[in-house]
Design a protein around this ligand. Structure first.
Ligand code: GYE
Length: 323
């Protein structure tokens, strides 16, 4: 009551001094997708998963009418950091979307973005930064994928006297590589799997082949390949064949992503199992970007729902796959 009286008193004074009522503060306009400009910093263009992820952003932006400024960092962290600062300086950009190459090194630019009032949404890869520096992260639980991978490798090596597994790792420092490796190691002990070799092949088929060739030149006493993505697994399968062994039989192979390439590899008998990782994240990311730009608070992590696919089902399932 006291407050109301005070307000009325102020209004009367205002009208008497200025001859007009105080203006109501402007109501913030609710942005729509057509008002939204998104600066998207992609890792690069490595492999089938990345191509599907990029395509989902370009296609969905066109469908929704979002103004998408797309930046391909060519797998260089310094390129991502400079693009981030460019988007902070770009008055048109409302939201910065980041697929981080590495988990560390982001605090400074995130603080700059916050000071500049830019919304930041993480997609695909998580980072090691304080959650109040970004609106939300939309992406997979890579550790859970790793755990699934170990469980599947245990099944494949059931009854095998030895369980020597070699690990083809993604780009060093990325959350996908770190967390898949950590998740796999959490579970592998349950059936006595040993990781006897581990090296990065940067998500690449050719590098995967080269690294596996080098290992096979040293020894052929391996029972499994834990390839952190499809391309590296397909490269390893090629090396195993050229060493006179049979991939999928003499040496079991599990991969991650479940791209069409993995399904073809499973149909060919080279790959035994692939753990799905969903690249089609754009519609969720744009929805989150719009909500955050309109001041809505969001859950800090929106986890992708993903499955596991087996060689026995590959022929039937491949025609239904979107990537
Ligand atoms: O597994 C790999 C890509 O971040 C989940 O990056 C993604 C990974 C994916 O290069 O194929």
């Amino acid at each position: 009551m006291k407050k109301l009286v005070l307000l009325v008193a102020v209004a009367i004074v205002m009208v008497s001094i200025f001859g007009c009522a105080p203006k109501a503060p402007p109501t913030p306009t609710t942005l729509t997708y057509k008002d939204l400009t998104v600066g998207f910093i992609q890792t690069g263009s490595e492999g089938g998963w990345r191509a599907a992820n990029t395509a989902s952003f370009k296609e969905t932006a066109t469908q929704l009418g979002v103004n998408l400024k797309f930046y391909d960092a060519q797998n260089k962290l310094e390129n991502q950091l400079s693009a981030f600062r460019n988007f902070i300086a770009d008055k048109e950009v409302d939201v910065i979307v980041l697929a981080a190459l590495e988990t560390t090194g982001w605090d400074e630019v995130l603080k700059e973005a916050k000071d500049a009032g830019k919304v930041v949404v993480l997609e695909d890869r998580r980072i090691d930064a304080s959650e109040d520096l970004y609106a939300t992260y939309i992406g997979s639980d890579f550790a859970e994928e790793g755990r699934k991978g170990a469980i599947e490798m245990c099944k494949l090596l059931e009854g095998s006297e030895k369980k020597n597994v070699v690990e083809l790792v993604g780009n060093v420092g990325s959350s996908a590589a770190k967390d898949r490796g950590q998740g796999f190691r959490e579970k592998m002990g349950e059936c006595g799997i040993q990781i006897v070799k581990s090296q990065t092949a940067n998500w690449d088929a050719t590098e995967g082949k080269t690294v596996m060739e080098a290992w096979l030149n040293e020894s052929t006493d391996y029972q499994g390949v834990f390839a952190q993505n499809d391309e590296m697994g397909l490269g390893a399968a090629q090396a195993i064949k050229e060493a006179g062994l049979t991939p999928g039989t003499d040496i079991k192979i599990i991969t991650f992503d479940a791209t069409a390439g993995a399904f073809k590899g499973m149909i060919a008998g080279d790959i035994n199992v692939t753990i799905e990782c969903n690249p089609l994240l754009a519609s969720q990311v744009f929805e989150a970007a719009l909500k955050a730009a309109n001041g809505e608070s969001l859950p800090k992590w929106v986890v992708s729902q993903e499955g596991v696919f087996y060689a026995k089902d590959a022929e039937t399932i491949l025609p239904t796959r979107k990537y």
